[in-house]
Design a protein around this ligand. Structure first.
Ligand SMILES: C[S@@+](CC[C@H](N)C(=O)[O-])C[C@H]1O[C@@H](n2cnc3c(N)ncnc32)[C@H](O)[C@@H]1O
Length: 304
């Protein structure tokens, strides 16, 4: 994939981190996830620590270091949330909701992986460097024949809706919205502006899924020996970047509260419930790490 334009963006690192987890889980073949495209994106990125992690990740995760335990806990959460959200999309997309918008899509591979999305419009919004790279990667041989998303480079902390409309999104058609691993990178008021845009521009019959980490709200008391979001911090041996500083821990209204006030109906699933249902971890230490407050998330399904 030498013709692919390389990416250089710290936010893109967060997307590559998740893609590496999906790629390693797929190679291990034991996690009911089959995602060949994540590995293709990571390889094409040319970012040395992620490509190296893709190569050596399996061996690193087999160690009994704190880093390996934490990384396996995170991998389990990524697999569980991927499967849970896949099912949410399968249940939500249909004759009336014919369009899917993935916010902060990164290297989400659902457009390529999920057969039921064939023939449906899948819009993916992310920052320009990510969508530019993804667009060039999707032209390469690995993605030949795969259903491709419509990519929109826009800042979700700004005025992104006109870009979505320009790309063909139809405000009169019920939409399925997904925001997975995004909200922590937005400030509280930016998160509220994003939710308001969705609430005001979605017709009846629209559905949204927000993954919300309790640790991004400074209103939440998280009892832990480690600082919030420490699971993403660097490890000298693995030479991974420290992505903690990109996350904004500050007061914010939870998406279900905000959308509830806008008249949407919410169902909330605890991250622990999603993890234990969709991921089968037999190692006691890894499971304990995965169920610790550091990974305290909620999955909010909102319907208009
Ligand atoms: C942790 S990654 C998750 C990617 C993907 N949803 C997944 O789970 O594989 C967060 C993504 O949000 C994007 N993002 C963060 N802040 C953004 C912003 N202000 N505008 C657009 N995208 C943003 C990043 O570029 C990155 O792709």
């Amino acid at each position: 994939m030498t013709d692919v334009q390389r990416i250089d963006s710290r936010l893109a690192d967060t997307a590559l981190m998740v893609a590496v987890c999906r790629a390693i889980a797929s190679v291990r073949g034991t996690h009911d996830i089959d995602d060949p495209y994540s590995a293709a994106f990571v390889s094409a990125s040319g970012v040395p620590y992620w490509t190296a992690f893709l190569e050596s990740g399996e061996a690193l995760l087999a160690q009994s270091t704190d880093f390996a335990i934490k990384a396996r806990a995170m991998l389990g959460h990524v697999v569980a949330r991927t499967r849970f959200i896949d099912r949410f999309i399968e249940d939500s997309i249909g004759d009336s909701a014919r369009q899917l918008v993935i916010l902060g899509a990164g290297f989400d591979t659902r457009a390529e992986r999920l057969e039921l999305l064939d023939g449906k419009a899948v819009y993916e919004v992310d920052i320009e460097p990510v969508t530019r790279f993804k667009s060039s990667a999707l032209e390469s041989a690995q993605f030949d024949g795969a259903h491709k998303p419509i990519l929109i480079g826009a800042d979700l902390a700004g005025d992104w809706l006109p870009r979505l409309v320009e790309a063909g999104w139809d405000a009169t058609v019920p939409t399925v919205w997904v925001a997975e691993g995004l909200l922590g990178y937005l400030h509280g008021p930016e998160q509220e502006a994003l939710l308001l845009t969705i609430a005001e521009h979605s017709p009846e019959g629209s559905t949204a899924l927000f993954e919300y980490a309790a640790t991004i709200s400074s209103d939440t008391e998280v009892q832990t020996d480690n600082p919030p979001m420490e699971q993403f911090s660097s490890d000298a041996d693995a030479a991974l970047p420290d992505l903690t500083t990109l996350i904004h821990v500050e007061p914010r209204t939870a998406p279900d509260d905000f959308l509830g006030r806008c008249g949407w109906r919410n169902e909330v699933a605890a991250g622990t419930e999603v993890y234990t249902h969709w991921f089968d971890e037999t190692d006691i230490q890894v499971r304990a790490a995965a169920l610790s407050p550091q990974f305290d998330t909620r999955f909010i399904v909102s319907r208009k």
